[in-house]
Design a protein around this ligand. Structure first.
Ligand code: DAH
Length: 338
């Protein structure tokens, strides 16, 4: 049989069905859906169509099935009840859950607020001044190259410079100093960040969290203690932090931060290789940054740290996600796993 003949038969049955007015739901069922029912037989015949034509017949066949369901409902007969089993349990609507990165943000907030930090929120489109210049990176400083920046097209402000999409949460440092006016400061700033980069380990939009503590007598020991506390709380008891000398314009001295691998306990495994995972940066707030925020560096000292939430979270779960872009793909099959 050709596809066209088959479709013609479907259409014919659809017309006949529309004309069926006097039948009860039970009678309709028997006539069309019973073992020798007209629809049943027609549906079976689909195997007789040339394989290439079968696909086009599927949709009209489905339409016919729907028309049949409508006709049955319209039969308006007490026997319609036969089609509705009221004792069946209901279908639960699918329940969603919080996105894994939002879960991580909530957890990070809880850990830091439990030791006296306050969560701050600052603009995610901000002035060059807060993102770079006040952080000891004058215009044209080569260190800026590291942050692959999206600039907003507009006439620059004389003092603030151009507007950019925040490349890191460090823009919150001088803003928090200005907000509070004077120490003590214990800020945790969690926000979206943007960089001109996109590949399996980077998304153009991502998240960071930034810690800033400024007070009299703050030392590297306070920084290290805070990092160790976070490591144990977020990754589990026994996880340690390690700091290694590095360079950032806005801290002096500066360090990179590693956490011991909580899967192997730091001995080295397939996941971590060396026993440690590098996560981000930290250091003692540079005197120029304190000055930019109106704080006297001869009286106060501070520490700061910051890094990406996506990486922090996937390390925790031991997730070897080979394409981090999946997190923002909106693909429920992927997201429902977390
Ligand atoms: N803002 C840096 C980045 O995006 C990370 C960072 C390094 C933040 C050192 C800090 C710090 O607060 O002290 O790469």
């Amino acid at each position: 049989m050709t596809g066209t003949t088959y479709i013609q038969q479907i259409e014919l049955m659809q017309r006949t069905l529309r004309a069926e007015t006097g039948l009860s739901a039970n009678e309709l069922q028997q006539k069309y859906l019973g073992v020798n029912g007209a629809f049943t037989l027609l549906a079976k015949q689909i195997t007789e169509i040339d394989p290439g034509d079968r696909k086009v017949a599927g949709q009209p066949l489905n339409n016919l099935k729907n028309a049949l369901a409508t006709a049955v409902a319209a039969a308006n007969n007490p026997s319609v009840k036969a089609w509705v089993d009221l004792s069946l349990p209901g279908r639960r609507p699918a329940v969603g859950h919080v996105h894994p990165i939002s879960q991580a943000m909530a957890e990070i907030t809880k850990i830091f607020t439990s030791i006296g930090f306050t969560r701050a929120r600052y603009p995610e489109i901000d002035w060059d001044w807060y993102v770079f210049e006040s952080l000891n990176m004058p215009p044209d400083h080569p260190a800026r190259d590291e942050w692959e920046t999206f600039f907003v097209a507009h006439a620059p402000d004389e003092k603030m410079g151009q507007m950019v999409l925040t490349t890191h949460t460090s823009n919150g440092q001088v803003r928090e100093m200005e907000r509070l006016g004077k120490p003590p400061i214990r800020m945790i700033n969690i926000a979206r960040c943007y960089r001109r980069q996109q590949d399996v380990t980077h998304t153009q939009m991502f998240h960071q969290f930034e810690g800033l503590v400024v007070d009299k007598g703050i030392t590297i020991q306070h920084l290290k203690g805070t990092l160790d506390y976070f490591a144990e709380q977020f990754y589990g008891p026994g996880t340690k932090s390690r700091i290694r000398p590095f360079h950032f314009q806005f801290t002096e001295p500066s360090f990179e931060v590693d956490f011991s691998c909580h899967l192997c306990g730091g001995t080295g495994c397939k996941f971590c290789k060396s026993g440690w995972h590098e996560v981000g940066g930290c250091g003692m707030v540079h005197p120029n940054v304190l000055r930019a925020g109106g704080i006297d560096p001869d009286v106060y000292t501070g520490f700061a740290f910051g890094w990406g939430i996506e990486r922090t979270y996937t390390l925790k779960e031991g997730l070897a996600i080979d394409d981090i872009r999946l997190l923002y793909s909106g693909d429920l099959q992927f997201l429902e796993q977390f």
